[in-house]
Design a protein around this ligand. Structure first.
Ligand code: S3P
Length: 171
């Protein structure tokens, strides 16, 4: 089976959809945020506060390289959900495609806001006006997500099962 990589903005459903997809396809799932937290033994807000965003971005690139190395010797497929900022580096866009099929879960800012408004675990959205921040970041990131993706799925108004069914049909 081909690896499936899920990308998209914070709150687009990458982790939840990844877990459901993992059950449906009986394929293991990993999440870059969780792997980094495990490697570092610190939370994402702690990493951002102590080392800064750039250091976190470098951890993401290093992790992608490790996963590509692992893929070379693994017979099993993998579902991988990646942090919302990971596809922004051009280098990472190439690495993601080396890993497998890259599915962009595309959502409107309203959808994202509804899902993340009570969350304190995303340092970039801990600000005065998170809705505006989501709109601004989305505008900056959209083209990069599209460049990183091999497939795009619009998720607004769909439940996770509907999105999982769409992904299962992708070739
Ligand atoms: C980030 C998204 C987060 C996490 C970090 C930075 C981003 O992951 O990697 O807070 O820049 O969009 P999720 O997309 O899983 O929330």
């Amino acid at each position: 089976m081909k690896n499936i990589v899920l990308i998209g903005f914070m709150g687009a459903g990458k982790t939840s959809i990844g877990i459901k997809l993992s059950y449906a396809l009986k394929t293991p799932m990993e999440d870059t945020d969780k792997l980094i937290v495990k490697q570092q033994n610190r939370s994402i807000p702690e990493i951002f506060a102590t080392d800064g965003e750039e250091a976190f971005r470098q951890m993401e690139t290093n992790l992608l390289r490790e996963l590509i190395e692992k893929k070379k010797t693994s017979k099993q497929g993998l579902i991988l959900s990646v942090g919302g900022g990971l596809p922004l580096r051009e280098e990472n866009q190439k690495l993601l495609k080396e890993l497998g099929m890259v599915v962009y879960l595309k959502a409107k800012p309203e959808t994202i806001y509804e899902r993340v408004k009570d969350d304190t675990n995303r340092p970039l959205l801990q600000c005065e006006d998170p809705y505006k921040k989501i709109c601004d970041l989305m505008q900056e990131r959209e083209a990069k997500y599209e460049a990183a993706a091999t497939h795009i799925i619009q998720v607004d108004g769909k439940d996770f099962k509907a999105v999982v069914d769409e992904i299962k049909k992708l070739k």
